[in-house]
Write a protein that binds this ligand. Sequence first.
Ligand code: AMP
Length: 217
Amino acid sequence: MTKRLVFLGPPGVGKGTQAKRVAEEHGIPHISTGDILREEVRQETDLGKQAKSHMDSGGLVPDELVVAMVARRLEQDDCRDGYLLDGFPRTIGQAHAFENEIGGDDDPGVDKVLYFAAPDEVLIRRLGGRRTCPSCQAVYHVETMPPKEDNLCDRCGAELVQREDDQPDAIKQRLRTYRELTEELIGHYRQAGTLVEINSTGSVEQVAELVRRALAT
Ligand code: AMP
């Protein structure tokens, strides 16, 4: 059976953390458009240069750039038996482009959409305390998931950073962007019958258990 999953939800909801684990358990690639775009920015590619200002301000990178980027990624061999899309689609336009390019009339290219939900105050607390490894993309939190050694990545030893878009003003803008452009995808996938809602307020392990159950059926 192919496993084609989409993880949907507001910034800071913890979907990236869950996505890494699920992709590993199911042997499918974890495709995070945010991670791919950050790498493009780091390498100063044409796409990275076009994306940077949108990302830093908490807005979205234009649909056509992101859709082309995801289409290229899905052509790779490791996506044959499934994939986990984390942070894509993020607009109705992206969802339609995805459906038209990947699936046909009867096949939207997605078997299940997990929608992670948590109240704004939880999101703001998680984003504000988040630290990331610029080298291997591991994610920590100053209170709930600190690294073993102060501000150094457990996995590769690099110095952790706070993402530009995890600063207070950008956080507010990202939440606004989510409400304005991404939230309507919930209705879109609910109507398609592929949506499962996950209460993402609890600990990483509690949420992981809800995810396991949702994917077992
Ligand atoms: P994330 O790591 O998923 O929070 O993404 C970081 C930033 O990358 C977002 O705030 C957007 O600027 C950009 N981005 C990631 N995924 C998308 C997407 N599907 N469409 C447009 N912009 C995206």
